[in-house]
Design a protein around this ligand. Structure first.
Ligand SMILES: C[S@@+](CC[C@H](N)C(=O)[O-])C[C@H]1O[C@@H](n2cnc3c(N)ncnc32)[C@H](O)[C@@H]1O
Length: 218
C-alpha cells in the first residue's frame, strides 16, 4: 500500500459526495477544469484511454462519450469506495471498466492505450513513485499515444506559489514535496516529446499534454 492510511480513509469516506462537494466548493470550476483537460486529451471514436486514479469515474464517463461504443475507457483507483461509486454510476456503460488498482504497482499494459489522463492524482502519489507512474504511462502508450496531466503546478511562482503552498500546508501537508517535482523535465527525461502546458487560475493549476513520439504518425 503506497498511499498514507489516513488519506485512503479520507477518499473512502468522501467517495459518494466527492464530485458534489468539489463542484460546490469551486463553484463548478473543478468540473470545468476536468472538461478542459479532456478537450485537450481529445478522445476519438474507437480509442483506448486510461484514467489513472479515476476517483468517482466522472471523467471516465465523459471520455467514454468521446471514444464511442467501439472504444474503451479504463479507470483505475486504489479506493474501494471510489471504485464502487464509479461502477454504480457508470459501470453499465459497455465501454467503461473500473479496476481496483494501486497505480504505483505494475499495471501490466504495454503499447496499449491511445491516451492516458492523470487528473489531480500525481500530487497525491508518494514522491518516490511519481516518476515511476509516468514511466509506466510511457510504456503503456502506443507509439502515437499522448498523456494529459491536469493538476497543481509544481513550478508555480509569485503569489500563486504562496497561495498553493498555503493550501497544501492546510489540507495536503504530506504532499508538499510535490513542489520539488520537476514534472516537465521528468517527462522529457523519460522520453515524452512535444510537451505543452496550459496555465489555469493564474498558474496555480496546469494542464500538460505530452506525446510519446516526436512527430505525428499519420
Ligand atoms: C484528488 S482525487 C482525484 C480523482 C479524479 N482523478 C478527479 O480528478 O476527480 C485522487 C484519487 O487518487 C486516488 N489514488 C491516490 N493514490 C492512488 C494510488 N496509488 N493508486 C490508485 N489510486 C490512487 C484516490 O483514491 C483518489 O480517488
Amino acid at each position: 500500500m503506497t498511499l498514507n492510511p489516513s488519506r485512503i480513509q479520507f477518499f473512502e469516506k468522501l467517495a459518494p459526495y466527492y464530485d458534489l462537494l468539489l463542484d460546490f466548493l469551486t463553484l463548478g470550476g473543478y468540473a470545468t477544469f476536468l472538461r478542459k483537460a479532456i478537450t485537450i486529451l481529445s478522445p476519438k471514436q474507437g480509442e483506448k484511454i486510461l484514467d489513472l486514479c479515476s476517483g468517482t469515474g466522472r471523467a471516465v464517463s465523459w471520455i467514454a462519450d468521446g471514444v464511442g461504443s467501439e472504444g474503451k475507457v479504463i479507470g483505475m483507483d486504489l479506493s474501494k469506495n471510489m471504485i464502487e461509486v464509479a461502477r454504480h454510476r457508470y459501470g453499465k456503460s459497455r465501454n467503461s471498466i473500473f479496476l481496483l488498482q494501486d497505480v504505483t504497482q505494475s499495471w501490466g499494459y504495454q503499447n496499449y492505450f491511445d491516451g492516458i489522463l492523470n487528473s489531480f492524482s500525481l500530487h497525491e502519489l508518494p514522491e518516490k513513485y511519481r516518476r515511476n507512474v509516468l514511466e509506466q504511462s510511457y510504456l503503456a502508450l502506443k507509439e502515437r499515444g499522448r498523456l494529459v496531466i491536469a493538476d497543481f503546478n509544481p513550478q508555480v511562482s509569485g503569489w500563486a506559489r504562496l497561495l498553493s503552498l498555503l493550501f497544501f500546508k492546510l489540507f495536503e501537508k504530506r504532499n508538499l514535496n510535490f513542489f520539488d517535482f520537476h514534472q516537465n523535465e521528468t517527462l522529457n527525461r523519460i522520453g515524452f516529446k512535444r510537451t505543452k502546458t496550459v496555465s489555469v487560475l493564474g498558474g496555480v493549476l496546469q494542464i500538460t499534454l505530452a506525446y510519446k513520439h516526436s512527430i505525428h504518425l499519420g
